[in-house]
Unconditional design. Structure first.
Length: 100
């Protein structure tokens, strides 16, 4: 069974080749290869709340501290919570460009 990624669920158009990728850039979750496979997603697509700089609720989200409340209000976050037996939300974000 294929699992839906955040950009598919939210229809933001910021995945590679998406209709809004040229305008807003590719979402960091869609390109975060270090997270590929987490919760069955492509790149950071099913752990987007841990990636800084995502585009949610119509604006770019910042650090974990800045975006966590929005993530707690996001239907996609709770979908993952329901679908994944081993779901434990992370307490920090990846910073694009960092070497982890």
């Amino acid at each position: 069974m294929s699992k839906i990624n955040c950009w598919e669920f939210r229809k933001c158009g910021r995945a590679p080749g998406g209709e809004r990728a040229k305008e807003f850039g590719i979402c960091p979750s869609a390109s975060e290869a270090r997270m590929n496979g987490i919760h069955g997603g492509t790149n950071g697509g099913r752990s987007c709340w841990t990636v800084a700089g995502t585009f949610c609720f119509g604006e770019v989200q910042g650090t974990f501290a800045n975006k966590y409340k929005n993530c707690m209000d996001c239907e996609f976050f709770w979908l993952i919570h329901e679908e994944e037996e081993d779901f434990v939300p992370s307490v920090g974000t990846l910073h694009i460009g960092s070497k982890a």
